[in-house]
Design a protein around this ligand. Structure first.
Ligand SMILES: C[S@@+](CC[C@H](N)C(=O)[O-])C[C@H]1O[C@@H](n2cnc3c(N)ncnc32)[C@H](O)[C@@H]1O
Length: 280
């Protein structure tokens, strides 16, 4: 490919995350100003983790809808087939709920730790036709947070940590743009695998480390590294660009079907999208 064509093809996608970082910086500054001048609780600024998550929730509240207009690969087809009792990890403000078919879902549990996103999440669940079938839980996807919250909601008969308190509870588990930010992802994914019924389905739409050794690109991989060192995880609520999520998923347990495809593998934010079926 001639250099100008190569630049036109590659540079915009590689630079797009910079725009998002600029928007995130704006929301970070606005969050600080709100804490000082609106909430008048400057001591909160010393809780750096709390501040980062609050700023990310602000970013998602203002931009989540726009960032959910175009979803990668066969996303719509995969989520529209969800049925039975479903667990959605990190649903955010529920911008994707309208893409599910609420009639096929008997109960949906959304594990969303950011409380500022819950009012919009509940509103979007109602708009998408879930009514009383939607249960918004204030917890993360990691077992130590998720298991007690599921127990409290009544779907688990036993509580405990480690995700093994009770196995095979959900027909389907959705991980949509969330595994990049969960703490200790390997253990978290294993916990989710345990909660899936034998023969149950996991729907995946996650951005991951650039597969530069196979179908990705070295430049995309390098740019991921650069964005990480200039502050992507700090500004984006702990989101990591370089996660080996496909490997973590494969190693979580035995799968009858493991069907993930890369979307935009040469980009700085390549996705894997697909479905996994737990061995019956
Ligand atoms: C990029 S947003 C995606 C939201 C939604 N899944 C979507 O695709 O529209 C990531 C979401 O994960 C949530 N999150 C962050 N840490 C989490 C954790 N440990 N467990 C579950 N969700 C988490 C964030 O609060 C945020 O709502």
């Amino acid at each position: 490919m001639a250099p100008p064509a190569w630049i036109a093809d590659n540079i915009p996608t590689l630079l797009r995350p910079l725009l998002l970082m600029a928007i995130a910086t704006y929301h970070f500054i606005m969050t600080i100003l709100e804490i000082i001048f609106v909430e008048r609780q400057p001591a909160k600024l010393f809780d750096i983790t709390g501040l980062r998550f609050k700023a990310f929730a602000r970013l998602w509240t203002y931009n989540g809808e726009a960032m959910s207009v175009e979803m990668p690969g066969p996303f719509d087809e995969l989520v529209s087939k969800c049925q039975g009792v479903v667990l959605d990890i990190g649903p955010g403000s529920g911008e994707l709920l309208k893409r599910f078919n609420a009639q096929h879902i008997s109960a949906m549990y959304g594990a969303e730790p950011a409380t500022p996103l819950h009012p919009k999440l509940i509103k979007n669940a109602e708009k998408a036709g879930f009514g009383g079938k939607y249960h918004a839980l204030i917890c993360g996807g990691e077992p130590e947070s998720l298991i007690p919250a599921l127990y409290k909601s009544g779907i688990l008969g036993q509580s405990g940590t480690g995700g093994t308190a009770e196995s095979g509870v959900f027909d389907e588990i959705c991980c949509l743009r969330v595994l990049c930010g969960v703490p200790h992802p390997q253990q978290t994914i294993k916990g989710l695998y345990a909660l899936l019924k034998p023969g149950g389905r996991m729907v995946i739409c996650e951005h991951v480390v650039n597969p530069w050794r196979t179908e990705g690109s070295m430049l995309g991989r390098l740019v991921q590294f650069l964005y990480t060192i200039i502050g992507w995880p700090f500004l984006m609520g702990g989101c990591e660009l370089q996660r080996h999520t496909p490997e973590f998923l494969r190693e979580a347990g035995e799968w009858e079907k493991f069907d993930l495809e890369y979307v935009g593998p040469k980009e700085a934010v390549p996705f894997v999208v697909g479905e996994l079926i737990k061995k019956a």
